[in-house]
Design a protein around this ligand. Structure first.
Ligand code: SF4
Length: 358
């Protein structure tokens, strides 16, 4: 039965190499296979802020692979709608890795796509994904204001075009995420729990968990991530759906974990408690994209810290389903027919704060 391997500590590169040496994931594979590493570079924000995969983990993977004779490696990613993957590659330290090790960076926003159908649902997926032989998914163990958490299953959203990312939101996110994982198999997962943001996908409130987890089952990994982030796995709909599609099994207890260091005293014993975000009641979202929704939540969180969130409005509308509809107060271009709306696709956190204050 598949297990999760965990390393605790503060040296991401060494921890990653130790994990890979322990699990020896590529045994028996031809040295010529084309390997893609898929980090989470959702936005152009350095790993210390808690939104993006620590570059030292990816560096550790590259060192392990090349030491073992695997040299056909690339890094693939498509940042969220509204940000540039190339900017994220630069800001997050991946351009340096690319130069140092001669590894190409593939911006999937420039890729064409193929359409796959799973149980009647069409899924447009970047072409490159079907040309590689081995996919190493390197997500963060991170909070998400729409789906509560994001880890291995949801990180595959970076391998679809921007138009499809928007469409996933119109389909409610959970089912298309589960179905995408039924179509695209991830061969290995190295999940970054060094200093992720347990509350917001765009980072800003990192917590030092000082751990990395490796495994082969994305459902097991995500249900373990949910536990770390203070949720029960059955509270995350796409995990439950993915399990029912036979993609993996749900984490049960500590018997599912192998800690690779005998002395795991380096582990920070952090318990994440999710606080109630009362200001979420103000948001009327209908098919909102991640960046748009997340920026609005982040703006309200900041206003809440100033004690101003609940005085601002009774209702703030956001999302693609408002296109062409009239209303009172909206955020984003999709609400352009509203009496008052903030343009932008997506508008920035700073602009939303300014707009709501006004
Ligand atoms: S304005 Fe509309 S399309 Fe643009 S990011 Fe926001 S929800 Fe998505």
């Amino acid at each position: 039965m598949s297990k999760l391997y965990v390393a605790n500590g503060t040296q991401p590169k060494k921890m990653t190499i130790d994990l890979l040496e322990r699990i020896n994931p590529l045994r028996g594979k031809s040295k010529d296979i084309r390997i893609a590493i898929k980090p989470n570079l959702v936005c152009a924000s350095p790993a210390e802020k808690g939104a993006t995969t620590h570059p030292e983990i990816v560096e550790g993977i590259i060192i392990y692979l090349t030491r073992n004779g695997f040299n056909n490696i690339e890094i693939i990613e498509g940042a969220w709608v509204g940000d540039s993957t190339k900017r994220a590659f630069k800001v997050c330290g991946y351009e340096d890795i690319s130069k140092r090790y001669g590894i190409p960076l593939i911006d999937l926003k420039d890729d064409s796509y193929v359409t796959k159908v799973y149980k009647g649902m069409e899924l447009n997926i970047c072409k490159t994904v079907f040309e590689i032989d081995y996919l190493i998914n390197v997500p963060l163990i991170k909070g998400h204001c729409q789906t509560r958490i994001t880890c291995a299953l949801k990180n595959l959203k970076g391998i679809i075009p921007d138009s499809e990312k928007r469409r996933f939101h119109t389909m409610g996110l959970h089912k298309p995420i589960a179905y995408l994982n039924a179509v695209v198999h991830q061969d290995l997962i190295i999940a970054d729990g060094i200093c992720p943001d347990p509350y917001f996908e765009e980072g800003g409130r990192p917590v030092k968990l000082n751990m990395i987890a490796a495994g082969f089952d994305p459902v097991l990994m995500d249900s373990y991530a949910a536990k770390i982030l203070g949720y029960k796995a059955d509270a995350i709909k796409y995990i439950v759906l993915a399990e029912s599609e036979g993609i993996g099994r749900i984490f049960k207890d500590d018997n599912d974990i192998v800690n690779i260091y005998e002395d795991s005293s380096a582990a920070d014993n952090v318990t994440i408690v999710q606080k109630e975000k009362k200001y979420l009641k103000l948001i009327e979202q209908a098919d909102a994209c991640s960046a748009c929704y997340s920026n609005l939540v982040s703006a309200l969180e900041k206003l809440d810290e100033l004690g101003a969130a609940e005085k601002i409005a009774d209702q703030i509308c956001i999302g693609q389903a408002y296109r062409g509809y009239r209303g009172t107060l909206g955020v984003g271009d999709c609400t352009s027919c509203f009496e008052k709306y903030l343009p932008g696709c997506p508008p920035s956190v700073e602009d939303i704060i300014k707009f709501l204050k006004e």
